[in-house]
Design a protein around this ligand. Structure first.
Ligand code: ADE
Length: 422
């Protein structure tokens, strides 16, 4: 299909390879494929304009295909300047008739110009991974807020921002917090971030994980995924936390828990997964060993204090692709991966399709839910309805060929009673 759409991608000649890679991911996204088939016949999104600001990956391409199958008019821009797969972007424009504004390695100005281009699409539904489209709409495109019937948010960081907007009474339209669905964060954040983060560190450095000391900042769903996968490959894993409960969990899961100040002296590889800024600071970098590797897997590149690292360095150079070497005054060298951006998407390919299948099934069904319930939704951040979450789990299990037992009538009655005991 030759396109007449608006777009800004690296090179349409990459489309053929993009199609091949999108098909590969599709083989592992059966739940989304089943939704796509139903959407094709029922057209629940017919005529709705959707602006999606997501990582432009093969998995996202299959979501865009699903939204289009449901009748939506979709524009896609990148939710991170380094995560775009250029072949995927080309294929979406050339073969799947989706407007895409995303180029891997785009500078900050281009990144925001692309978001503005998506907002120019006059969306009625927004889909964010980090709340950037919503940010632009609320900051200087407020005249468009009234056109939007609802939006979805993919990630923990975005949900935190949107809840703050809701608390301030400033949220312009209802949001479905896809991240909060169990079929999303229990699998995508944990197993997806876990595997793809370790994958990104290995692709960038080709370092041996076995026997290395890996420091994981934060024991949320992403952090525990990284900690477990690194341990699985033979690392000695140290966790840092600010939450006493999560720290106890980490200890009882068998990890060493230390403050960053102490961990800084010990670690070979540092991974931040906190969603907060200034987690690894100058006072930590001053104590780190020669050769320490610094990576971030949180949404924004603020977790490692990169300006401090730059100002401490007497010399810098690119040691390998996406590996910057910083020489300290005392001669130690520290290595920063992917400019402190999400290492799992900037260096590796993000979460595997098997988990994105459930995340993006939540996205597609939440868009359908917004259309069907627009009249009753308020300007609040909502969880994904439980019946959608449960149905996705049921479908996923079915596609995995796993059968489970069912409650008998007697067992259901027992669980619903309060007066039966020994
Ligand atoms: N976020 C993390 N991994 C992803 C992927 N593979 N596609 C889209 N968004 C993601």
């Amino acid at each position: 299909m030759a396109t007449t759409r608006r777009y800004d991608v690296k090179d349409l000649a990459l489309a053929k390879e993009g199609v091949r890679r999108i098909a590969w991911a599709d083989q592992n996204m059966p739940v989304l494929a089943a939704i796509r088939e139903r959407f094709e016949s029922e057209q629940p999104l017919a005529g709705f304009r959707i602006a999606a600001c997501l990582h432009v990956t093969t998995e996202t391409a299959n979501l865009a295909r699903t939204l289009k199958a449901g009748g939506a008019d979709v524009v896609l821009c990148a939710s991170n300047p380094l995560s775009t797969q250029d072949e995927t972007a080309a294929a979406l424009v050339e073969e799947y008739d989706v407007s895409v504004f995303a180029i891997n390695g785009e500078d900050n100005d281009t990144y925001y110009r692309h978001i503005e281009a998506a907002v120019d699409h006059k969306p009625q539904i927004t889909m964010d991974d980090g709340a950037d489209v919503i940010g632009v709409l609320h900051a200087h495109r407020r005249e468009q807020l009234g056109d939007v019937i609802g939006g979805t948010e993919e990630t923990t960081t975005g949900v935190i921002r949107l809840k703050a907007l809701e608390r301030d009474g400033a949220l312009g339209f209802p949001i479905i917090a896809v991240n909060e669905a169990k079929t999303k964060h229990l699998f995508d954040n944990r197993y997806g971030t876990g595997q793809s983060t370790v994958d990104g560190i290995i692709r960038a450095t080709n370092k041996l994980i076995a026997g290395s000391k890996v420091v994981v900042a934060a024991y949320g769903w992403c952090g525990r995924g990284v900690a477990n996968r690194a341990r699985g490959m033979g690392a000695h894993v140290i966790v840092t936390e600010i939450d006493p409960l999560k720290a106890i969990e980490a200890v009882m899961d068998g990890f060493e828990v230390l403050t960053m100040e102490r961990a800084a002296e010990i670690g070979d590889i540092f991974v931040t997964a906190t969603g907060n800024r200034g987690v690894i600071r100058a006072e930590h970098m001053e104590r780190m060993k020669d050769g320490a590797i610094l990576a971030n897997t949180g949404h924004f590149n603020v977790e490692i204090d990169i300006p401090a690292l730059r100002s401490m360095a007497t010399d810098t150079r690119e040691a390998r692709h996406l590996v910057d070497e910083f020489t300290m005054e005392d001669g130690r060298k520290l290595y920063l991966l992917a400019d402190g951006r999400l290492v799992n998407l900037a260096v590796a390919e993000g979460h595997p399709a098997q988990v994105m299948d459930m995340s993006f099934a939540n996205q597609a069904l939440s868009a359908e839910f917004i259309v069907g319930n627009a009249a009753s939704l308020e300007r609040k951040v909502y969880d994904v309805p439980e019946d959608i979450d449960t149905e996705i789990a049921r479908l996923k299990l079915e596609t995995m060929g796993v059968d489970i037992d069912m409650l008998s009538e007697d067992q259901a009655k027992y669980l619903a009673s309060w007066d039966e005991g020994t």
